[in-house]
Design a protein around this ligand. Structure first.
Ligand SMILES: Nc1ncnc2c1ncn2[C@@H]1O[C@H](COP(=O)(O)OP(=O)(O)OP(=O)(O)O)[C@@H](O)[C@H]1O
Length: 816
């Protein structure tokens, strides 16, 4: 008998004892159960493959699995975009395995963003034990001796974009056997390919397709994705060819209760500039975890950092040991870097009930077969809705109702989400943003393509047409490529693939080296070294913690030692910005909104040490060189007249804009009513909150973007708020901000007013990386500025003077 009351009972348990006046639950939603839709195995599917899948426990396929498999089988590229644990693997395994069995020379390639996921998928495939299908991993960990075997014999190669780029395409002649008969390419977890990395992968897939064609094959792409908005559009952009989408999920799902939770403001201590601080999401999650374990609910708690996961587990164990020592032993922490056997052991322990509570980083988000848990707690928004549902989706057994609790961190985006449930519960998962036309990505990718096979004029459309032609001209001028009548040729004997880091933004990487052992832990983009590996920074690598001793930008090395201090660090930087070119400009009568190219000069001036509780230990000063970045930005200006003009009275609905709704009115919109002394703080606060909220629209992290605000900007001649991409050439984030300006700024405003703090705190307008020590900040002034901008945009929206310009700064008027 289904226990549909269970989730609500669990929720009552975790809120028991909290007075109604300080109830942290801001919203509760019920998601109904869904029954499975099963179909017959298709007639073309190989009998042996079907028998093996049956033996593995899949009696009948779900409808979406066969819909996707049929499309792939008929030679169409397809993206399958369905929920967590909806059996996406089977949807690609069926056509690929059938093909490999039918044609003993056919080959396939599987790409995953992480090695761990690739290893899991290979394990699940190998357990089917289909004879003749020689599947093998080819990644950075594959021993040299095995690599030869994989090239010579493997028919299904499991790899990742990095290895495809450096290890396979760079020496494609050695892989000719695979390329001659490459029938399928699987791109798993494709929604993760976004920003600069996504743009690189998009061009990498075009390179892959071109090399395959050279050897005479034309593989079908099968992409697997979490549920996203417009999956076909995104997949087509990623692959560079048309892709069909399968989105109608036929897998069963248990009912779920989702609770949104905002930790209370603490009374006993305060943060920067005396601002109130909320109880940390990790501490709150530890308490919730303990209560759920007492109820016998198998619970996974997702925490952002490894240290956070350990503290959450520790907190839960401490509370439980006061109740029952044995229960305390049923809680564990899980981190990235666990060996596959350890992961399996943990999965089994959770499934059997030997463990009841696990606190983990997102290491358990992908590539684990854990589903059907009683509850999931998310401490902090994981950055994208796709990740949110991937994590939340681990809860929900058919029959029993499961509980999902989302605990907000003190950050404007989390504040917005717990007060606007529709933004989580009713919104399609965001489309990933990528921009394969970014010249900083296109140039190295075209160099790699030309080194693989000379590029011909007719191939350029696949690489962006005019954008590619322009970049090629520059590469020829730099003597990296030579133009001949038959195409563009790579001039050097060296392979460019070794120089091009597809996870970074170009330039020589900074090596992070453990001083004691000389072990290379990883590399960091030169552009972000000053904000990530400055002396004193706590640097996390595969879940282990290090502290940076020295950063030598000239020789490109950061020296670190292993240490796990009781604080986290965040860099504080100051920045200046100048406009290089305006690509789009819209005038709304006193408010102007622009999109364009900017030069950002930034300098890390120190870092903040903070305890996991939110308590600030101190700020340490640093003296690091200035960094220059040319990138894209979206900005708005507000005239002095509008800043000064009094606002529209609250009760005169119909004039201007009503609080945060962005509704146009009839008369001229009101102003901000700000005296000059308040303007810098108001703009500064509006900028911080806008940076915090852009990830809601642009699938980026707030650390991928930056901002500058000023009461008078030299290039615009007015009060201006800029939000810019953090990568050279931009990654599409500022463009998304420009396209979604009204909902973005309306959400920004809502996040600020939803926070009950009196004058600004980390949950609304304080920024963790503000180089000016979050001073000045004027919370009420920020709302007034945002109301003014939204009022003007909505009022003038219809008759707006939308000018599209493509001008270099030299001949552009400085004023937007
Ligand atoms: N038709 C089916 N009937 C019953 N069980 C199935 C069926 N298809 C897949 N499964 C099982 O569902 C579980 C989840 O499958 P799988 O890992 O492929 O899902 P997924 O959609 O890739 O998950 P994730 O969201 O984690 O990427 C596996 O244990 C698998 O064996």
């Amino acid at each position: 008998m289904a226990d549909i009351e269970r989730a609500r009972r669990l929720l009552r348990r975790v809120t028991a004892g909290i007075p109604e006046s300080s109830n942290p639950v801001t919203h509760v939603a019920e998601q109904p159960a869904r029954a499975a839709r099963c179909v017959e195995w298709p007639s073309w599917a190989d009998e042996g493959v079907v028998a093996a899948l049956r033996k593995s426990g899949v009696e009948q396929p779900w409808a979406h699995q066969i819909e996707a498999a049929e499309l792939a089988r008929s030679g169409r590229n397809v993206v399958i975009s369905t929920g967590t644990a909806s059996g996406k693997s089977l949807a690609y395994q069926l056509p690929v395995l059938s093909d490999l069995v039918e044609d003993e020379r056919a080959c396939a390639l599987y790409l995953s963003p992480t090695k761990a996921l690739g290893a899991d998928q290979l394990r699940s495939l190998s357990s089917l034990d289909i004879s003749g299908v020689r599947a093998a991993t080819y990644d950075g960990d594959t021993p040299m001796a095995e690599r030869d075997w994989v090239r010579a014999h493997a028919r299904w190669v499991f790899t990742n974009p990095d290895m495809l780029h450096r290890g396979i395409l760079a020496s494609h002649a050695r892989w000719s056997r695979l390329f001659r008969k490459l029938s399928y390419v699987i791109v798993d977890e494709c929604h993760g390919y976004r920003g600069v990395f996504g743009s690189h992968v998009a061009l990498l897939l075009r390179r892959l397709h071109r090399v395959a064609r050279y050897y005479g094959s034309s593989p079908v792409f099968i992409l697997a994705s979490a549920t996203t908005a417009s999956p076909a559009e995104f997949a087509s952009r990623l692959v560079g060819q048309e892709c069909g989408a399968v989105t109608d999920d036929g897998s069963p799902r248990g009912a779920r209760t989702v609770a949104l939770w905002e930790p209370p403001l603490l009374e006993d201590f305060s943060g920067e500039n005396g601002a109130p601080v909320r109880r940390s999401a990790g501490a709150e999650a530890g308490r919730i975890l303990a209560e759920l374990v007492i109820e016998g609910a198998r619970t996974l708690t997702f925490v952002r950092s490894r240290r956070g996961a350990e503290l959450t587990a520790l907190g839960a164990r401490r509370l439980l040991s006061e109740v029952d020592k044995e229960l305390a032993g049923k809680v564990a922490a899980y981190r990235a870097g666990f060996l596959p056997e350890e992961r399996r052991k943990l999965e089994r322990a959770l499934l059997s009930g030997e463990l009841l509570g696990v606190a983990t980083t997102n290491a358990l988000e992908l590539g684990v077969d854990i589903a059907g848990l009683d509850s999931v707690v998310l401490a902090g928004y994981p950055g994208t809705l796709a990740s949110f549902w991937q994590q939340a989706g681990r809860a929900g057994r058919s029959g029993d109702e499961a509980l999902v609790v989302f605990v907000a961190r003190d950050d404007p985006l989390d504040t917005y989400l717990v007060h606007h449930p529709a933004a989580i519960l009713d919104r399609p998962v965001e489309t990933a943003v990528l921009d394969p036309a970014n010249p900083y990505v296109l140039a190295p990718q075209l160099a790699c393509a030309a080194a693989e096979l000379p590029l011909t004029a007719k191939e350029l459309d696949a690489f962006g047409g005019d954008a590619a032609r322009e970049v090629l001209q520059a590469l020829v001028a730099d003597k990296l490529l030579r133009r001949r009548p038959s195409g563009w040729y790579w001039t050097s004997k060296d392979r460019p693939q070794y120089e091009v880091d597809i996870r970074g933004s170009g330039g020589d990487q900074i090596a992070v080296v453990e001083a004691d052992t000389s072990r290379l832990l990883g590399t960091v983009d030169p552009g972000s070294a000053c904000t990530t590996v400055y002396p004193g920074a706590v640097y996390l690598h595969q879940g282990s913690s290090y502290v940076v001793d020295e950063l030598d930008l000239e020789s490109g090395i950061a020296l670190v030692h292993a240490e796990d201090p009781e604080w986290t660090t965040s860099a504080r930087e100051v920045a200046d910005i100048s406009v290089l070119a305006v690509h789009e400009r819209v005038d709304y009568g006193g408010v102007t909104v622009c999109l364009g190219d900017v030069a950002v000069t930034s300098q890390v001036v120190g870092y903040l040490r903070r305890r996991p509780s939110g308590e600030i230990l101190d700020q340490v000063a640093l003296d690091l060189p200035e960094q220059k970045l040319e990138t894209r930005a979206v900005w708005y200006t507000v005239s002095d007249e509008l800043l000064d003009r009094p606002p529209v009275p609250e009760d005169s609905a119909g004039t201007g804009v009503r609080s945060g709704t962005g509704e146009p009115g009839g008369r001229a919109p009101g102003g901000a009513g700000l005296e000059p002394a308040r303007i810098p703080g108001a703009l500064h606060a509006a900028e911080h909150a806008a940076i915090g909220l852009l990830p809601l629209f642009a699938t980026c992290d707030r650390w991928d973007i930056g901002g500058v605000s000023t009461a008078l900007h030299a290039d615009t001649g007015e009060a201006t708020v800029f939000v810019h991409d953090g990568h050279p050439g931009g990654a599409g984030f500022a463009d998304r901000g420009f396209a979604a300006l009204v909902p973005w700024l309306a959400a920004t405003r809502e996040a600020i007013v939803s926070c009950e703090c009196p004058a600004g705190c980390p949950s609304c307008v304080q920024s963790p990386k503000c180089g000016n020590g979050n001073d000045p900040l004027d919370k009420a002034g920020a709302v007034a500025v945002l109301d003014t901008v939204l009022g003007a945009v909505c009022h003038h929206g219809d008759q707006r003077d939308h000018v599209v310009v493509f001008q270099a700064a030299a001949d552009a008027p400085t004023s937007c």
